[in-house]
Design a protein around this ligand. Structure first.
Ligand SMILES: [Zn+2]
Length: 320
């Protein structure tokens, strides 16, 4: 489904796993920039039909910005690269190795917590691998601060890390609109019916909070995401407030649980999912955020990690 946000700016709507998946297209004077490629399958499901509706041949795509390495954002990139061989595929500098290599992404991002006894089941891994598409050659990396000129449209690139190290956001200054992809997560990602699907999946707590602060300072009139319906006006501020509240509450919750005794990452995810959920996903989907909070607390010297009685590490609250 295609909708026009403003002249030359479009939202392309599809679904993944019962959730909304949104891509954005900017086109002007023979140039066309697409934000994210969806997962393998999204190209046929929604991107090609949207381009056809606009009478825009895929080979006329000139820029594809992959905001971060996740299957629902880079999985369709190889298909698009084949259809639009002249398009410049770009992503954030820190994310380039994982955006370019889906196998590396799965190993280093999705399976990062195996030493904690947390991993996807073989059938889940097969589904993730299928959605992740094929390897691509990233044509250029972005740091944030760049300007992209797409015909008459001027777009600014911003670094928005936290969910990933190189996560990108695109600002359309003329609209006062920011296209943040998955930079900020609220209290949960919702299913199409509004009920909780995934918990927040930020990884680096301090950088995530800095990204929220950057958005707050920019005070966008409109905030566009990959999985949330567009937010306008005061709803933007409310969403950012809610996102910070979740981070603060999870931080307190985890340190309180560790004050009661040593726990593993999986045990902390279980307790947090019971308290903050329920979510449609298993409790251990909180591994990204919970481990981020544990790393932050470790850096601050308020907890230590030590081998547990088995092979899975346990976390211990330091006595202050
Ligand atoms: Zn996503």
């Amino acid at each position: 489904m295609l909708s026009e946000i403003a002249p030359g700016r479009y939202m392309i709507e599809s679904q993944t796993d019962g959730r909304l998946l949104l891509n954005y297209l900017f086109t002007s004077s023979g140039q066309a920039l697409l934000i994210d490629s969806g997962e393998a399958g999204t190209v046929e499901q929604s991107i090609l039909p949207a381009l056809a509706t606009l009478d825009l041949a895929p080979e006329r795509l000139t820029h594809i910005v992959i905001t971060h390495p996740d299957v629902d954002h880079q999985g369709g990139a190889a298909q698009l690269a084949a259809l639009a061989p002249d398009a410049l595929i770009m992503c954030g500098f820190e994310d380039a190795p994982l955006v370019g290599d889906p196998d590396l992404m799965i190993q280093q991002r999705y399976r990062a917590y195996r030493e904690h006894g947390i991993d996807y089941a073989p059938d889940q891994l097969a589904a993730i691998r299928a959605a992740a598409g094929e390897a691509i050659a990233v044509g250029g990396t972005l740091l944030g601060g760049e300007t992209l000129q797409i015909g008459e449209l001027t777009l600014r690139v911003h670094h928005g890390p936290g969910h990933s190290a190189g996560h990108l956001m695109i600002e359309d200054p003329r609209l006062g609109a920011w296209f943040m992809s998955d930079a900020v997560h609220g209290r949960f990602f919702s299913k199409l019916d509004g009920s909780p699907s995934l918990p927040p999946t930020y990884e680096d707590v301090d950088r995530y909070l800095a990204t929220i602060a950057k958005l707050r300072a920019a005070a966008p009139r409109s905030l566009y995401s990959a999985h949330f319906r567009p937010l306008q006006g005061e709803a933007v501020e409310g969403f950012l407030d809610e996102s910070v509240s979740f981070v603060e509450a999870l931080d307190r919750f985890l340190l309180d649980r560790l004050s009661e005794g040593d726990l593993t990452l999986a045990e902390l995810c279980d307790r947090a999912a019971t308290h903050f959920g329920p979510y449609a996903t298993p409790p251990w989907f909180l591994m990204f955020a919970v481990h981020g909070h544990l790393r932050r607390a470790g850096r601050a010297g308020v907890l230590t990690q030590r081998p547990g009685s088995g092979t899975v590490p346990q976390f211990t609250r330091s006595v202050c």
